[in-house]
Unconditional design. Structure first.
Lengths: 464, 120
């Protein structure tokens, strides 16, 4: 997979070629469908490929191009984590519980991308209901990492990470409650952003824990995420958490220079709270040097510990997820995966007083995080301790026993993105997490874009 | 401003777990109870680490209002010099290795089969 072929374009590149009539949306979609057929049996990233729908939409996009219409997403293949409702297309949440669920309506985010001309090619693997995985006791196998198919993709947007990295789709949507966009982005070597809560509608996205759930884009580059976010962001009066965010073009903002801006390094996070591997520590040191070379002022920053954010996040997720699933669990317990049961059933025992204590503590942590942005434009950290582990190393109780660096941004209600920070000598990707202040989504994308350009991490692709 | 004492982590026994479960209405088999005991021990520790001894008048509402979006928060000035790379030359991917259209790949709105996708 060394030569650049049609599916290995970025969204920005493909969009320009389509707009100038040098690339046919129908050919682009056909190439992706063929690539899925050839490669995905190794990855299990797609739960469903909708060839007929995709080709119909691609032909419509081609007609629109010939009629002179031009949008950045016109004719661009995208796919959805299987918790996004898609009208007439099965939406299972990778669970027996919804095995026959065919929604009548699209999620608002799906509708917005379709309105911009994006072509939905299928539905992507997820952990069961965005928490129970990787699971081997479901009708579908877990997704595998395209950089090494023995390894974990990260989750829960596991198919989104694998499919984008392997060039099976140019863009994907994921969801992020404790790191579910950014962990697969890190382990699969792509870009993904968890936006500020309220910026992107969650209507029609099957919830996990509504206090913390966010929907967001995943793609090969930060710029591609910005292009997708331009279509996704904006108020939705039917999502109670939706907020009119800043009126900004994220793609335009991403290219603004970062010289003179302030970068805070959350060094204690990855040196002490979740100790990183030597390779990850080296990558973080190279990242700091890269930002300095771009003219940024880089200093250490401090927040409460990763463990404090995780305690709050895990209690809220367990309590809310159990509350959402309680009625179904009582009727169909055995139909859920073991991983789901281990991670969610404990929520049955959490007292209301403990849940409220977690929500009150969350207020403190939001305030403490906001104070850090009085000194810094962005904060950076490693998003994981190291490279993707083997699939067989995953334990059902991982969500409780191992704190996640990514959960900090969910609890703090701030935007955060992961970009590919580099590779180990063995060729496995290492992620870099960039966290911004509330509504600083454009700033986060801007740092991600400039880092990718300076570090040159977007050249290598998985060999499959 | 009275304070409420903090909780301490305790270790639950399978018998105590059964008692708690009886109130929840869940009916679990012994293996599922064992899984839950392990998970609960972890969650119990997390709960104990969260401060519970806050002043009573500390919170007016359990909602968190984010700062109002401001143009200053999202500098959107595009750089005049910065330009994205030009698109690469497109080469059509050889199709020789790709199988012809297959019914396997067609979109389906049908129940999944064990270990399969798209009818594979």
């Amino acid at each position: 997979m060394t030569a650049r072929t049609v599916p290995l374009l970025t969204i920005a590149e493909a969009g320009r070629l389509i707009a100038t009539k040098k690339l046919s949306p129908v050919e682009l979609v056909k190439e992706h469908l063929a690539r899925i057929e050839a490669i995905d049996p190794q990855l299990n990233s797609f739960l469903l490929v909708n060839e007929r729908h995709a080709l119909t939409a691609a032909r419509a996009a081609e007609r629109a191009v010939m009629a002179g219409r031009s949008t950045p997403l016109l004719g661009i293949p995208v796919a959805y984590k299987d918790i996004y409702e898609t009208a007439g297309m099965r939406t299972t949440a990778q669970s027996r519980i919804l095995a026959d669920n065919v929604p009548e309506r699209d999620a608002e985010t799906v509708r917005r991308l379709a309105a911009e001309g994006a072509v939905a090619i299928g539905k992507l693997a997820t952990h069961e209901f965005a928490i129970g995985g990787p699971a081997f006791d479901l009708p579908w196998p877990p997704a595998r990492n395209p950089w090494d198919t023995r390894r974990y993709t990260g989750g829960s947007s596991s198919g989104s990470g694998a499919a984008v990295a392997a060039g099976l789709t140019l863009g994907a949507l994921g969801s992020d409650t404790g790191g579910s966009i950014r962990l697969p982005a890190a382990y699969c070597g792509i870009a993904g952003i968890k936006p500020t809560p309220g910026l992107v509608s969650r209507r029609g996205v099957i919830p996990l824990a509504p206090s913390l759930d966010t929907a967001g884009p995943m793609a090969w580059t930060a710029m591609d995420c910005a292009i997708l976010l331009d279509a996704l962001a904006g108020p939705d009066p039917l999502d109670p958490a939706s907020v009119p965010g800043p009126k900004v073009s994220y793609a335009a903002a991403a290219v603004a220079p970062i010289r003179g801006m302030r970068v805070g390094v959350l060094r204690r996070f990855y040196e002490h709270d979740v100790p990183a591997s030597p390779e990850m520590l080296q990558m973080m040191n190279r990242t700091i040097a890269t930002f300095r070379s771009l003219g940024c002022r880089v200093e250490d920053a401090s927040l409460p510990s990763v463990q404090e954010y995780n305690a709050v996040g895990r209690v809220i997720i367990s309590a809310e997820a159990y509350a959402l699933h309680e009625a179904t669990l009582k009727k169909r317990l055995a139909d859920y995966s073991r991983v789901f049961r281990v991670r969610v059933l404990a929520g049955a025992l959490i007292r209301a007083a403990d849940y409220i204590a977690a929500q009150r503590r969350r207020g403190d942590l939001i305030a403490a995080t906001a104070r850090a942005f009085e000194r810094f434009d962005v904060l950076i950290t490693a998003p994981t301790a190291g490279t993707p582990p083997l699939l067989t190393e995953q334990r059902p109780d991982d969500g409780f026993s191992r704190p996640l660096l990514t959960t900090v941004a969910n609890v703090a209600a701030v935007p955060s993105m992961v970009v590919c920070g580099g590779f180990t000598p063995a060729g496995l990707p290492l992620g870099l997490e960039i966290i911004g202040p509330a509504w600083g989504d454009a700033t986060v994308l801007r740092f991600g874009h400039h880092f990718e350009q300076a570090a040159g991490t977007r050249i290598r692709r998985p060999e499959l | 401003m009275a304070a409420i004492p903090a909780m301490s982590a305790q270790t639950i026994s399978p018998g105590e777990m059964q008692l708690l479960l009886s109130r929840s209405g869940l009916i679990l088999n012994p293996g599922q109870v064992a899984d839950l005991v392990l998970a609960w021990r972890q969650v119990e520790g997390l709960i104990a680490s969260i401060p519970h001894d806050r002043p009573l008048a500390d919170d007016m509402a359990l909602t968190f209002r984010l700062p109002t979006p401001s143009p200053l928060a999202t500098p959107a000035r595009p750089a005049t010099k910065a330009k994205a790379k030009l698109p690469v030359q497109v080469k059509a991917k050889p199709k020789a290795k790709v199988k012809a259209k297959s019914a396997k790949r067609r979109a389906v709105v049908s129940p999944p089969r064990k270990g399969t996708r798209r009818g594979r």
